[in-house]
Design a protein around this ligand. Structure first.
Ligand SMILES: [Ca+2]
Ligand SMILES: [Ca+2]
Ligand SMILES: [Ca+2]
Ligand SMILES: [Ca+2]
Length: 274
Protein backbone atom coordinates (compact mmCIF):
# COMPACT_ATOMS: atom_id res chain seq x y z
CA UNK A 1 0.00 0.00 0.00
CA UNK A 2 1.22 3.54 -0.61
CA UNK A 3 2.44 5.27 2.51
CA UNK A 4 0.17 7.88 4.04
CA UNK A 5 2.85 10.54 3.66
CA UNK A 6 3.41 9.88 -0.04
CA UNK A 7 0.13 8.70 -1.45
CA UNK A 8 1.41 8.72 -5.03
CA UNK A 9 4.58 6.79 -4.32
CA UNK A 10 4.48 2.99 -4.54
CA UNK A 11 6.85 1.50 -1.95
CA UNK A 12 6.49 -2.12 -3.02
CA UNK A 13 9.75 -3.99 -3.36
CA UNK A 14 10.80 -6.85 -5.62
CA UNK A 15 12.50 -10.03 -4.34
CA UNK A 16 15.89 -8.31 -4.20
CA UNK A 17 14.48 -5.71 -1.86
CA UNK A 18 14.98 -2.85 -4.33
CA UNK A 19 12.11 -0.53 -4.72
CA UNK A 20 10.07 -1.11 -7.84
CA UNK A 21 8.58 1.73 -9.82
CA UNK A 22 4.88 1.33 -10.13
CA UNK A 23 3.28 1.20 -13.59
CA UNK A 24 0.76 3.66 -12.16
CA UNK A 25 3.55 6.15 -11.43
CA UNK A 26 4.92 5.79 -14.95
CA UNK A 27 1.43 6.16 -16.35
CA UNK A 28 0.87 9.30 -14.35
CA UNK A 29 4.20 10.76 -15.42
CA UNK A 30 3.40 9.94 -19.03
CA UNK A 31 0.00 11.55 -18.68
CA UNK A 32 1.47 14.69 -17.14
CA UNK A 33 4.00 14.89 -19.91
CA UNK A 34 1.29 14.53 -22.50
CA UNK A 35 -0.79 17.21 -20.82
CA UNK A 36 2.17 19.58 -20.71
CA UNK A 37 2.87 18.91 -24.37
CA UNK A 38 -0.78 19.41 -25.29
CA UNK A 39 -0.85 22.67 -23.32
CA UNK A 40 2.31 23.89 -24.99
CA UNK A 41 0.95 23.05 -28.41
CA UNK A 42 -2.36 24.73 -27.61
CA UNK A 43 -0.50 27.88 -26.62
CA UNK A 44 1.63 27.78 -29.73
CA UNK A 45 4.76 27.09 -27.73
CA UNK A 46 5.73 23.86 -29.41
CA UNK A 47 9.14 25.06 -30.56
CA UNK A 48 9.66 27.79 -27.97
CA UNK A 49 12.66 27.80 -25.68
CA UNK A 50 11.88 27.15 -22.00
CA UNK A 51 11.31 30.26 -19.93
CA UNK A 52 14.13 31.34 -17.68
CA UNK A 53 14.41 34.16 -15.19
CA UNK A 54 16.64 37.09 -16.09
CA UNK A 55 18.37 39.51 -13.80
CA UNK A 56 17.32 43.16 -13.90
CA UNK A 57 17.49 45.58 -15.51
CA UNK A 58 15.25 44.31 -18.27
CA UNK A 59 16.09 45.87 -21.61
CA UNK A 60 14.30 45.95 -24.94
CA UNK A 61 16.25 46.69 -28.11
CA UNK A 62 14.62 48.48 -31.03
CA UNK A 63 14.17 45.78 -33.67
CA UNK A 64 11.90 47.77 -35.98
CA UNK A 65 14.54 47.52 -38.72
CA UNK A 66 13.21 43.99 -39.17
CA UNK A 67 10.12 45.56 -40.73
CA UNK A 68 10.14 47.30 -44.08
CA UNK A 69 7.26 49.57 -43.21
CA UNK A 70 6.70 53.31 -43.21
CA UNK A 71 3.90 54.48 -40.97
CA UNK A 72 2.52 57.74 -42.26
CA UNK A 73 1.46 59.60 -39.18
CA UNK A 74 -0.09 62.87 -40.17
CA UNK A 75 -2.92 62.56 -37.72
CA UNK A 76 -3.77 66.22 -37.46
CA UNK A 77 -3.72 66.63 -41.21
CA UNK A 78 -6.19 63.81 -41.53
CA UNK A 79 -4.12 60.70 -41.97
CA UNK A 80 -2.61 58.01 -39.86
CA UNK A 81 -3.29 56.71 -36.37
CA UNK A 82 -1.22 53.81 -35.19
CA UNK A 83 -2.66 50.37 -34.71
CA UNK A 84 -0.97 47.01 -34.39
CA UNK A 85 -1.93 43.41 -33.75
CA UNK A 86 -0.11 40.12 -33.55
CA UNK A 87 -1.88 37.45 -35.58
CA UNK A 88 -0.73 33.98 -36.58
CA UNK A 89 -2.62 34.30 -39.84
CA UNK A 90 -1.12 31.13 -41.37
CA UNK A 91 -1.27 29.00 -38.21
CA UNK A 92 2.42 28.07 -38.34
CA UNK A 93 2.74 28.89 -34.60
CA UNK A 94 4.81 32.01 -35.24
CA UNK A 95 3.01 35.26 -34.60
CA UNK A 96 2.82 37.58 -37.57
CA UNK A 97 2.34 41.33 -37.32
CA UNK A 98 -0.36 43.57 -38.75
CA UNK A 99 0.18 47.36 -38.81
CA UNK A 100 -2.27 50.05 -39.82
CA UNK A 101 -1.43 53.05 -41.91
CA UNK A 102 -2.79 56.41 -42.99
CA UNK A 103 -4.89 57.15 -46.04
CA UNK A 104 -3.35 56.34 -49.39
CA UNK A 105 -0.73 54.28 -47.57
CA UNK A 106 -0.86 50.48 -47.45
CA UNK A 107 -1.49 48.63 -44.23
CA UNK A 108 1.21 46.10 -43.46
CA UNK A 109 1.13 42.37 -42.74
CA UNK A 110 4.47 40.77 -41.97
CA UNK A 111 5.00 37.03 -41.96
CA UNK A 112 7.30 35.85 -39.19
CA UNK A 113 9.50 33.05 -40.50
CA UNK A 114 10.55 32.08 -36.98
CA UNK A 115 14.17 33.03 -37.55
CA UNK A 116 14.01 36.80 -37.10
CA UNK A 117 12.83 37.63 -40.61
CA UNK A 118 9.53 39.37 -41.27
CA UNK A 119 8.34 39.27 -44.86
CA UNK A 120 5.80 41.79 -46.17
CA UNK A 121 2.77 39.85 -47.37
CA UNK A 122 -0.07 42.38 -47.12
CA UNK A 123 -0.49 42.64 -50.88
CA UNK A 124 -0.51 38.88 -51.38
CA UNK A 125 -2.95 38.50 -48.49
CA UNK A 126 -5.23 41.21 -49.86
CA UNK A 127 -5.16 43.39 -46.73
CA UNK A 128 -3.36 46.55 -47.83
CA UNK A 129 -6.57 48.58 -48.08
CA UNK A 130 -5.02 52.14 -48.24
CA UNK A 131 -8.25 53.85 -47.13
CA UNK A 132 -6.80 54.78 -43.76
CA UNK A 133 -6.92 52.53 -40.71
CA UNK A 134 -6.25 53.01 -37.03
CA UNK A 135 -7.22 50.30 -34.56
CA UNK A 136 -6.98 46.61 -35.37
CA UNK A 137 -7.88 43.42 -33.55
CA UNK A 138 -7.26 39.81 -34.54
CA UNK A 139 -9.85 37.24 -33.57
CA UNK A 140 -11.46 34.11 -34.97
CA UNK A 141 -14.97 35.44 -35.47
CA UNK A 142 -16.36 32.36 -37.24
CA UNK A 143 -14.58 29.73 -35.16
CA UNK A 144 -13.01 28.07 -38.20
CA UNK A 145 -9.57 27.96 -36.58
CA UNK A 146 -8.16 30.80 -38.67
CA UNK A 147 -7.81 34.23 -37.01
CA UNK A 148 -9.63 37.04 -38.77
CA UNK A 149 -8.99 40.80 -38.68
CA UNK A 150 -11.12 43.79 -37.83
CA UNK A 151 -9.88 47.30 -38.56
CA UNK A 152 -11.28 50.63 -37.54
CA UNK A 153 -10.84 53.35 -40.13
CA UNK A 154 -9.08 56.54 -39.23
CA UNK A 155 -12.69 57.49 -38.95
CA UNK A 156 -12.80 61.20 -39.49
CA UNK A 157 -11.19 61.87 -36.14
CA UNK A 158 -9.61 64.96 -37.59
CA UNK A 159 -12.76 66.04 -39.36
CA UNK A 160 -11.58 65.00 -42.80
CA UNK A 161 -14.34 62.49 -43.39
CA UNK A 162 -14.79 58.93 -42.30
CA UNK A 163 -12.85 56.00 -43.63
CA UNK A 164 -14.65 52.70 -43.17
CA UNK A 165 -14.21 49.89 -40.73
CA UNK A 166 -13.17 46.60 -42.35
CA UNK A 167 -13.78 42.98 -41.38
CA UNK A 168 -11.46 40.53 -43.10
CA UNK A 169 -12.21 36.83 -43.16
CA UNK A 170 -9.09 34.68 -43.16
CA UNK A 171 -9.54 32.17 -45.98
CA UNK A 172 -6.89 29.82 -44.57
CA UNK A 173 -4.81 29.91 -47.75
CA UNK A 174 -2.78 33.04 -47.07
CA UNK A 175 -5.48 35.39 -48.29
CA UNK A 176 -8.26 37.35 -46.64
CA UNK A 177 -11.61 38.59 -47.95
CA UNK A 178 -13.39 41.82 -47.03
CA UNK A 179 -16.75 40.64 -45.66
CA UNK A 180 -17.73 43.89 -43.92
CA UNK A 181 -20.86 44.44 -45.99
CA UNK A 182 -22.26 40.93 -45.68
CA UNK A 183 -21.42 40.91 -41.99
CA UNK A 184 -23.55 44.03 -41.52
CA UNK A 185 -20.97 45.97 -39.55
CA UNK A 186 -21.13 49.74 -39.91
CA UNK A 187 -18.72 51.80 -37.89
CA UNK A 188 -19.52 55.04 -36.10
CA UNK A 189 -18.57 58.30 -37.88
CA UNK A 190 -15.38 58.28 -35.87
CA UNK A 191 -13.67 55.12 -34.78
CA UNK A 192 -10.28 54.44 -33.29
CA UNK A 193 -10.36 51.38 -31.09
CA UNK A 194 -12.02 48.00 -31.14
CA UNK A 195 -12.30 45.25 -28.59
CA UNK A 196 -13.48 41.68 -28.90
CA UNK A 197 -15.06 39.34 -26.39
CA UNK A 198 -17.90 36.85 -26.12
CA UNK A 199 -20.32 39.13 -24.27
CA UNK A 200 -23.17 36.60 -24.06
CA UNK A 201 -21.19 33.38 -23.67
CA UNK A 202 -22.65 31.85 -26.82
CA UNK A 203 -19.25 30.78 -28.15
CA UNK A 204 -18.96 33.51 -30.76
CA UNK A 205 -16.84 36.62 -30.31
CA UNK A 206 -18.66 39.93 -30.35
CA UNK A 207 -17.29 43.35 -31.28
CA UNK A 208 -17.15 46.77 -29.60
CA UNK A 209 -16.10 49.86 -31.56
CA UNK A 210 -15.06 52.92 -29.60
CA UNK A 211 -15.92 56.32 -31.09
CA UNK A 212 -13.58 59.09 -29.99
CA UNK A 213 -15.40 61.93 -31.71
CA UNK A 214 -13.92 64.51 -33.98
CA UNK A 215 -10.81 66.30 -32.79
CA UNK A 216 -11.31 69.28 -35.08
CA UNK A 217 -15.09 69.79 -35.05
CA UNK A 218 -15.48 68.40 -31.53
CA UNK A 219 -18.46 66.35 -32.67
CA UNK A 220 -19.23 63.45 -30.37
CA UNK A 221 -20.38 60.07 -31.65
CA UNK A 222 -21.78 57.04 -29.91
CA UNK A 223 -19.91 53.76 -29.46
CA UNK A 224 -21.22 50.65 -31.15
CA UNK A 225 -21.53 47.07 -30.00
CA UNK A 226 -22.17 44.28 -32.49
CA UNK A 227 -23.43 40.84 -31.51
CA UNK A 228 -21.97 38.00 -33.56
CA UNK A 229 -24.92 35.92 -34.77
CA UNK A 230 -22.67 32.97 -35.56
CA UNK A 231 -23.75 32.81 -39.21
CA UNK A 232 -21.39 35.43 -40.62
CA UNK A 233 -23.64 38.35 -39.71
CA UNK A 234 -23.62 40.78 -36.81
CA UNK A 235 -26.41 42.78 -35.14
CA UNK A 236 -25.98 46.27 -33.68
CA UNK A 237 -27.10 45.97 -30.04
CA UNK A 238 -25.46 49.20 -28.84
CA UNK A 239 -28.66 50.76 -27.52
CA UNK A 240 -30.13 47.71 -25.77
CA UNK A 241 -26.74 46.91 -24.24
CA UNK A 242 -26.45 50.42 -22.80
CA UNK A 243 -23.17 51.34 -24.51
CA UNK A 244 -24.58 53.64 -27.19
CA UNK A 245 -23.01 56.62 -25.50
CA UNK A 246 -20.78 59.40 -26.80
CA UNK A 247 -18.01 59.50 -24.26
CA UNK A 248 -15.10 60.00 -26.62
CA UNK A 249 -13.81 56.44 -26.34
CA UNK A 250 -10.23 56.24 -27.56
CA UNK A 251 -9.46 52.88 -26.00
CA UNK A 252 -11.53 49.88 -24.98
CA UNK A 253 -10.82 46.70 -23.06
CA UNK A 254 -12.99 43.69 -22.26
CA UNK A 255 -12.30 41.75 -19.10
CA UNK A 256 -14.27 39.82 -16.50
CA UNK A 257 -12.85 41.89 -13.68
CA UNK A 258 -15.14 40.48 -10.97
CA UNK A 259 -14.95 36.83 -12.11
CA UNK A 260 -18.71 36.43 -12.27
CA UNK A 261 -18.53 34.73 -15.66
CA UNK A 262 -19.82 37.75 -17.55
CA UNK A 263 -17.48 39.96 -19.48
CA UNK A 264 -17.16 43.62 -18.50
CA UNK A 265 -16.09 46.59 -20.60
CA UNK A 266 -13.78 49.50 -19.91
CA UNK A 267 -13.79 52.41 -22.35
CA UNK A 268 -11.09 55.05 -22.00
CA UNK A 269 -12.43 58.57 -22.35
CA UNK A 270 -10.52 61.03 -24.48
CA UNK A 271 -13.42 63.40 -25.07
CA UNK A 272 -12.56 66.74 -26.55
CA UNK A 273 -14.32 69.91 -25.44
CA UNK A 274 -15.67 72.51 -27.84
CA1 LIG B 1 2.48 32.69 -38.55
CA1 LIG C 1 -11.86 32.65 -38.79
CA1 LIG D 1 -21.12 36.05 -28.32
CA1 LIG E 1 -17.97 40.33 -14.89
Amino acid sequence: MPSAGHPLRDTRSDRSGAQKRSPKILGRHTLLGALRLATALALGMGAAAPLRAIDPPVRFDDASALLNFEHVSLAFDGDGLAGAAWIDYDNDRFLDLFLTNGRTQPNGLFHNDGHGVFVAVAAAAGVQDRRGSSGVVAADFDNDGWPDLFLTGDGGVTGSGASPVVLYHNNGDGTCSDITATAGIVGPPTANSAAVADIDNDGFLDLFIGAPGSLSGHEQHANRLFHNNGDGTFTDISASAGVHTAIGAFAALFSDYDHDGFIDLFAGNGKMSA
